[in-house]
Design a binder for this molecule. Structure first.
Ligand SMILES: *Cc1c(COP(=O)(O)O)cnc(C)c1O
Length: 404
């Protein structure tokens, strides 16, 4: 076992060896530009891109022509939201999204607010899910787009996409879902699931970084987008720029592997998470699962360890790569916007850690991690006056805190 142990699969994933091997020739021998029509180098590259497009379409039950390659999910999100806004803005300027979305969606929405769009930010329930009813209630005459993520990247909660899509269909509103955490991890079927646009990213599905795609429905309804990148008219005019052929080949292969191994991968990640959580719950009290315990991404375990600070806990780990629920990027330690939107409370939000398991995770990794966590939590709680008070049976909610 080589250290540190990687348990951050929602942040990114290693490239699968099968994916890398498929990509390599396209850096060296087959380096043509897929848009070069006059020679074999171009034809070979174009054929490789066509194969990747078919592999991707197959995984999500789309047609090849509905796949638009981008540099990743962030770009695909920008294209979907701004592209729809610009195309349909004369019909209406209202967009519905959710407070628990990824920053790529929230910041795009913010940008569009400055351009005159009105955004409704739905609050998720305490598990982080958005109901189809709340979407229905928010839809207005001038609503042109609903943007609700498929699965949450921090807590793993899976939204009722098919139901939300049905409401959007009924109301004649386009539905975009950020499915970056879902594609290749759980079944995604653009027909059965009633979505008009979805996005995904190579590096979240054991493929390379810097490549992704936007699925854009071509019929019933046909979605039209205004390109956000102007140039040579690649990708049927929706996204100009020379195609990243090795990256696209990698994304395609990653999707083919994911399709073939989906059941196996899901069972593997599920089993590891169960093993991990059992060990934790057997040894520690006051641990809470953030997200929908019964409807989560297989490899995601977001836990709050009461009376312990998430950042201190991570510092107490030796050789564990995980993420905390508070992003200390700014001067103030703000708890995660997702946990805040779920109303878990500041204390628990500050004590949360996300553990992510995936294809390359082993039982030995999980056992090592669980031991580390249990030791570190016990150690920190020994130093915690709050935990001591709770042990003595004092009800903390009755104490008036000062200056917290
Ligand atoms: C990672 C992620 C993104 C951003 O994807 P990139 O390809 O890294 O730009 C967007 N949304 C979700 C839910 C993600 O997990």
């Amino acid at each position: 076992m080589t250290n540190p142990i990687y348990l951050d699969y929602q942040a990114t994933t290693p490239v699968d060896k099968r994916v890398l091997d498929t990509m390599l020739p396209y850096f060296t021998d087959a380096y043509g530009n897929a848009a070069s029509r006059n020679h074999a180098f171009g034809w070979v590259a174009e054929e490789a891109v066509d194969t990747a497009r078919a592999q991707i379409a197959s995984l999500i039950n789309a047609s090849e022509k509905e796949v638009v390659f981008t540099s990743g999910s962030t770009e695909a999100i920008n294209l979907a939201m701004k592209g729809v806004g610009e195309m349909y803005g004369s019909k209406g300027k209202h967009i519905i999204t959710c407070l628990a979305e990824h920053k790529a969606v929230l910041d795009t929405a913010k940008h569009m607010e400055k351009l005159g769009f009105e955004i409704t930010y739905l609050q998720p329930d305490k598990n982080g899910a958005v109901s189809a009813e709340s979407v229905r209630d928010a839809i207005r005459e001038d609503t042109i787009l609903v943007a609700i993520m498929w699965a949450n990247n921090e807590v793993g909660t899976i939204n009722p996409i098919r139901e939300i899509g049905a409401v959007c269909r009924e109301k004649g509103v386009l539905f975009f879902s950020d499915s970056t955490q879902a594609v290749g991890k759980i079944p995604v079927d653009v027909e059965a699931d009633n979505v008009d646009m979805i996005c995904f990213s190579g590096h979240k599905v054991y493929g390379p970084k810097g490549v992704g795609a936007l699925y854009v429905r071509r019929r019933k309804p046909r979605v039209r987008l205004v390109a956000q990148m102007d140039g040579g008219g690649h990708e049927r005019g929706m996204r100009s720029g020379t195609l990243n052929v090795p990256g696209i080949v990698g994304l395609g292969k990653a999707c083919a592997v994911a399709e073939a191994d989906l059941e196996k991968d899901m069972a593997h990640s599920n089993a590891l998470r169960e093993r991990f959580e059992k060990k934790i719950f057997d040894s520690l009290d006051y641990v809470f699962i953030n997200g929908d315990e019964h409807n989560r991404l297989p490899g995601c375990s977001n836990l709050s360890f009461a009376y312990v600070e998430g950042e201190s806990l991570i510092m107490g780990f030796k050789d564990l790569a995980v993420s905390s629920g508070s992003a200390c990027t700014s001067a103030s330690l703000e708890p995660s916007h997702v946990l805040q939107a779920m109303d878990v409370g500041d204390e628990l939000a500050h004590s949360s850690i996300r553990f992510g398991f995936g294809r390359m995770t082993t039982e030995a990794h999980v056992d090592f991690a669980a031991d580390q966590v249990i030791t570190a939590v016990k150690k920190l709680r020994e130093l915690s006056p709050l935990y001591e008070m709770v042990q003595e049976g004092i009800d903390l909610s009755t104490i008036a805190w000062t200056g917290h």
